[in-house]
Design a protein around this ligand. Structure first.
Ligand SMILES: [Zn+2]
Ligand SMILES: [Zn+2]
Length: 386
């Protein structure tokens, strides 16, 4: 029996297009989740868990002999981006569209469900997890924290992300750090306002804000020796006072994204960034409050799983591209790899494809069968080896 029949591939493409037409934002994947649940129900899993960490759905497949539990994760949220494409399956919701290919990732997982029914494994247990809220970095952590997740207890976790800029269906992989850790830092600054004619009577945080923007940006470069690897701070937003020409501002907000390849470098970078703004606040006699949001741990790939996938690609003839540097973007799959041996790999979505989050991006359906194939063989190999 083949992993997927021609008919089943057509059914999957129709599912992918339906998901593309009906995108939902992070944390609001209600219809997406219901549609996927209905789809995988037909593949007769042992159990389906719903409402995991929000709209998460997990289907559990148990095979004849005892073996390890492997979690395969796909994300399913869309983005607040207006689609500019005009094809039939374009987004029907204004201002929201699947611009990261999570419609494709979910479809691949649905395809894997069919493949596991067509050709069951000999051993082990497989959990297919449709995860909500990836784009905001909330979903993975919420699913893991969910009481119902306790029954899943995976021994391994695997996932993929489509990657424009690489040839279609090529497997992009690396052991160790694969995607960066990142954290959003918010600094609320409070001085004292006064009449614009009398700035000397107030305390505008403008100088503290300007210096903080410069010093935070320079910080990773100036302290390069203290980091194991790459570190970066990008100022993403700043606001000083209000638009009121008669007022000398009394407050400001500064936001920055911190990035590193290693989690301990992130701890260090956060500490340095905090020290920098605290020092400036003291110097300019303003009060500050620091908070963090959208925290993604680094995605760290296990060496053994990386060689498993490389071996499979050798036998299936799929092209392997081993990258030397991790990607600078982040993936909330890092929450899984920081708890379980895991691997996240890329699957090329075409050298000429628009980039992820571009308003004309669309997931290429022709990489669905290959992706299902690589997942299925990885599951088989892991269960054979353990
Ligand atoms: Zn994305
Ligand atoms: Zn994505």
């Amino acid at each position: 029996m083949e992993l997927l029949t021609h008919e089943q591939i057509k059914e999957l493409v129709a599912l992918r297009k339906w998901l593309h037409q009906n995108p939902e934002l992070s944390g609001k994947e209600k219809n997406t989740s219901a549609r996927l649940e209905a789809f995988i129900k037909k593949t007769r899993p042992e159990k389906i868990l719903t409402g995991l960490g929000g709209y998460g759905v997990a289907a559990v497949y148990v095979f004849d002999k005892e073996g390890p539990t492997i979690l395969v994760r796909a994300d399913m949220d869309a983005l607040p981006i207006d689609e500019v494409n005009n094809f039939d399956h374009r987004s029907q919701t204004e201002g929201i569209s699947h611009k990261c290919g999570h419609d494709g990732h979910s479809t691949i997982l649905a395809g894997l469900a069919i493949a596991l029914q067509n050709k069951p494994l000999a051993k082990g247990r497989v959990v297919l997890l449709f995860q909500p809220e990836e784009e905001t970095g909330q979903g993975a952590a919420k699913v893991i924290a969910d009481e119902a997740f306790k029954m899943i207890r995976p021994d391994f976790a695997i996932a993929l992300h489509n990657l424009p800029g690489f040839e279609k269906a090529a497997i992009i992989i690396k052991d160790g750090p694969f995607a960066a850790a990142s954290t959003g830092m918010i600094v609320n600054i409070k001085g004292a306002s006064s009449h614009a004619a009398h700035p000397e009577q107030g305390n505008s945080p403008y100088e503290m804000l300007a210096k903080a923007m410069m010093q935070l940006t320079d910080l990773p470069r100036k302290n390069k020796d203290q980091f194991k690897d790459f570190a970066l701070i990008t100022i993403i937003h700043a606001k000083l006072g209000e638009v009121a020409f008669g007022t000398n501002p009394g407050k400001a907000v500064l936001m920055a994204t911190l990035r590193t390849f290693y989690n301990d470098d992130m701890t260090l970078l956060r500490k340095m960034a905090e020290d920098t703004v605290k020092e400036l606040a003291n110097k300019f006699n303003v009060k500050i409050e620091i908070s963090y949001t959208e925290e993604f741990p680094a995605t760290i790939n296990q060496k053994e799983l990386v060689s498993t996938i490389k071996d499979i690609a050798d036998t299936t003839g799929d092209k392997i591209i081993e990258i030397k540097e991790p990607f600078r973007w982040s993936e909330d799959f890092g929450h899984f790899t920081s708890r379980y041996p895991g691997v996240l790999f890329g699957i090329g979505s075409g050298k000429d494809s628009p980039g992820l989050h571009n308003n004309d991006y669309d997931f290429p359906d022709d990489i669905i069968p290959n992706s299902v194939n690589i997942f299925w063989h990885t599951l088989e190999k892991i269960t054979q080896d353990h």
